[in-house]
Design a protein around this ligand. Structure first.
Ligand SMILES: [Zn+2]
Length: 226
């Protein structure tokens, strides 16, 4: 229970955020037992209850403020590891290089992506509709958090997206990529994927078992069988 005195008419969004909780983290607000939107203006002596997205009770029919339908993302410049992990699992994650806050928000709005950032102030920006603040500093933990929060576990499709530029990979015939390969790769590998945008070639080489182990660990932590 937190008590807040309100100096003047204040929106519920600003009141909640003054307690440090960015509005994209809020799924349900009850004011005197009635569900309201973020633009609701608070009267004094109102009784406010705020619920997160986690542990959403699907039987409840109140007005939910967050969508679980958003499955594409934009990440800020500090979340390179999370970006790479999510792409490794097949997810569409824009990661605009050297983007400032304004540019991040622009990509988010234009492409209807959820914003992933550890900058609470940015997440509180009024134009952010969907977003998430990864709690952990650890990349794998962050990945698990995002998969849970946006209910992505059924959509995991490893090795289908370019880790460098986010484009979906295409199957490539060995004959089409052979002139780009190192001599030993030419000999030992027959399966290749290629990025249509940055032209990076992928094959299950020496780094592959390590990546696969990482994916298996994430899957088992989420509760999926490998
Ligand atoms: Zn690429």
């Amino acid at each position: 229970m937190i008590e807040r005195g309100l100096p003047e008419k204040t929106s519920i969004k600003d009141t909640i955020e003054s307690c440090g909780v960015p509005h994209p983290e809020v799924d349900l607000i009850l004011v005197d037992k009635q569900s309201v939107g973020f633009d609701h203006t608070l009267a004094n002596d109102a009784n406010v209850e705020v619920f997160p997205v986690e542990n959403r009770d699907t039987n409840q029919t109140e007005k939910r403020l967050q969508s679980l339908g958003i499955k594409i993302f934009v990440t800020d410049g500090h979340l390179g590891g999370l970006t790479r992990n999510l792409r490794l699992l097949g997810f569409d994650v824009a990661y605009p290089k050297n983007a400032d806050d304004r540019q991040l928000l622009e990509v988010m709005g234009r492409e209807n992506r959820a914003l992933l950032t550890r900058d609470r102030r940015l997440l509180m920006h009024g134009i952010v509709r969907y977003g998430y603040y990864p709690r952990s500093q650890n990349t794998d933990e962050q990945t698990i958090e995002v998969v849970r929060r946006f209910e992505l576990s059924e959509l995991i499709a490893p090795f289908t997206r370019c880790l460098r530029c986010n484009a979906p990979l295409e199957e490539a015939a060995k004959a089409d990529v052979i002139d780009k390969l190192e001599p030993l790769t030419k000999i030992y590998y027959d399966q290749f994927r290629r990025c249509p945008d940055c032209k990076q070639i992928y094959w299950p080489g020496s780094h592959f078992p390590k990546l696969q182990k990482r994916i298996e660990e994430i899957r088992s932590r989420i509760g999926l069988k490998a």
